[in-house]
Design a protein around this ligand. Structure first.
Ligand code: CTP
Length: 412
């Protein structure tokens, strides 16, 4: 991290009662060296391991340990105010449980309920505790709410056991704080073409065939790419979403409009992310006038195939990175791998659309990303805004390792 990189950032460092509490002293030093203003909040148990005075001297700020003292000044409410992040390091199994269920029996757990700022949690505990299903459930709950939980590392523990339970290395904790607080500019110079939303295929002038896509995933990717410095063109089917700031949006209705808009910007682009849910079939001969109910039998619907846009782009690409999505209801990885190869893609983001709380319309999603080079990354359920960054980071990593020109679909 560049010295002073966190100047102007406010961090709340929560320390709980683990032997690893002493490592929080060094973390605090590192954060203040980077220019961050750090308020330390300790649980009662933490004070048995390190004195509040140590943190007070090093942070240059009073340390909060007592809910009732804090309460007199309503401090449990005001501490996180204006904070850019809350970092709990180390977090005990007990603290994970309290934060997962929303228990508020001390100043730190109460503060978590009053705060809405991003949360980083670095657990430390005995290996058997870490792998206990209850602890894992709590970790999963925290992650599903958007918290960044840094898995503990394997090594010798205070109990004498060699297992996974050591507090994440300071460099890892610092890196995740930096990723959270410092705007990335790793996509500067990239021109990203994103598609989002459903397409609508007319049956007649008033009716259409469409799907349940809300466009949220594609919009989140466009917004995140812009924030990371890319020039972004978003080709969007009909959605109820607000255009992301700084992104050029091209509204379209049908799959063939989408194909046209994407083709027109394809040569300009360096990365294409095809998050749209494009129709696979459309009415063969949409009626020019509204179909009347009449009194006879219901009309039969004749459909025709819609050409695959991704495969078409893949066949004519120069050096663009092509990223597709695969919305599946079964055999997620197999189906996605098959699409990755068939469409000549670099990466594919596979979603299980039957997973509770994920997929179409939801604000959250889980994904497995596969690459043609064998990368396989799993992202558990998380806000689409966060998954958007994870997808972009995977693309950036892929591009760094695989700068060579890909083979178009037609040559396979
Ligand atoms: N796609 C496309 N053109 C189409 C249909 C889909 O470019 N006519 C893209 C989607 O935007 C997505 C990827 O192909 O990035 C996979 O879409 P998906 O609907 O999961 O798969 P399909 O190829 O349509 O196959 P199936 O519906 O049989 O699962």
């Amino acid at each position: 991290m560049t010295p002073g990189a966190l100047t102007g950032k406010r961090v709340v460092l929560g320390v709980t009662g683990s032997i690893a509490a002493y490592k929080a002293v060094s973390l605090l030093r590192a954060l203040t060296k980077q220019g961050a203003s750090v308020s330390v909040v300790m649980t009662k148990a933490a004070t048995k391991f390190v004195t509040p005075m140590t943190f007070e001297v090093l942070s240059g700020q009073p340390v909060t340990t007592d809910l009732f003292e804090a309460h007199q000044e309503m401090k449990h409410l005001s501490i996180p105010e204006g904070a850019n992040a809350i970092v709990i390091a180390p977090a005990t199994a007990n603290f994970l449980a309290k934060s997962a269920v929303g228990l508020a029996d001390d100043v730190l757990s109460t503060m978590l309920l009053t705060s809405r700022c991003p949360l980083i949690v670095a657990p430390a505990m005995d290996g058997d505790m870490w792998t206990h299903p209850t602890v894992q459930d709590h970790v999963q709950t925290l992650r599903s709410r958007g918290a960044i939980v840094l898995d503990p590392e394997e090594g010798p523990l205070a109990s004498g056991q060699i297992a996974q339970g050591r507090l994440a290395a300071e460099t890892r904790i610092l890196e995740s704080i930096e990723n959270l607080l410092l705007p990335l500019s790793d996509l500067r110079g990239q021109r990203i073409l994103v598609s989002a939303g459903p397409t609508q295929e007319a049956l007649d002038p008033v009716r259409y065939l469409s799907n349940r896509s809300s466009g949220k995933m594609g919009y989140a990717i466009a917004e995140a790419a812009r924030a990371r410095g890319a020039d972004v063109v978003l080709v969007s089917g009909p959605t109820a979403l607000t255009p992301p700031p700084g992104v050029r949006v091209i509204p379209i209705i049908t799959a063939s409009d989408m194909a046209e808009a994407l083709s027109a910007h394809f040569d300009w682009s360096s990365i294409v992310v095809m998050a749209a849910a494009v129709a696979d079939f459309r009415p063969k001969a949409p009626a020019a006038q509204k179909l009347k109910k009449g009194t006879g039998a219901a009309p039969a619907l004749e459909l025709e195939r819609v050409p695959d846009i991704l495969a078409m782009l893949s066949a004519k690409r120069a050096s663009q990175i092509l990223v597709g999505f695969a919305a599946e209801t079964q055999h997620l990885v197999e189906q996605a791998a098959q699409k990755l190869a068939a469409k000549g893609l670099d990466l594919i983001v596979a979603n299980d659309v039957t997973q509770a709380g994920a997929g179409f319309g939801s604000d959250r999603n889980a994904a497995i990303i596969l690459s043609r080079t064998g990368i396989r990354q799993t992202f558990s359920l998380r806000p689409k805004t966060q998954l958007a960054h994870d997808i972009l980071t995977t693309i950036v990593e892929f591009a760094k390792k695989e700068p060579r020109k890909p083979t178009p679909a037609s040559a396979r």
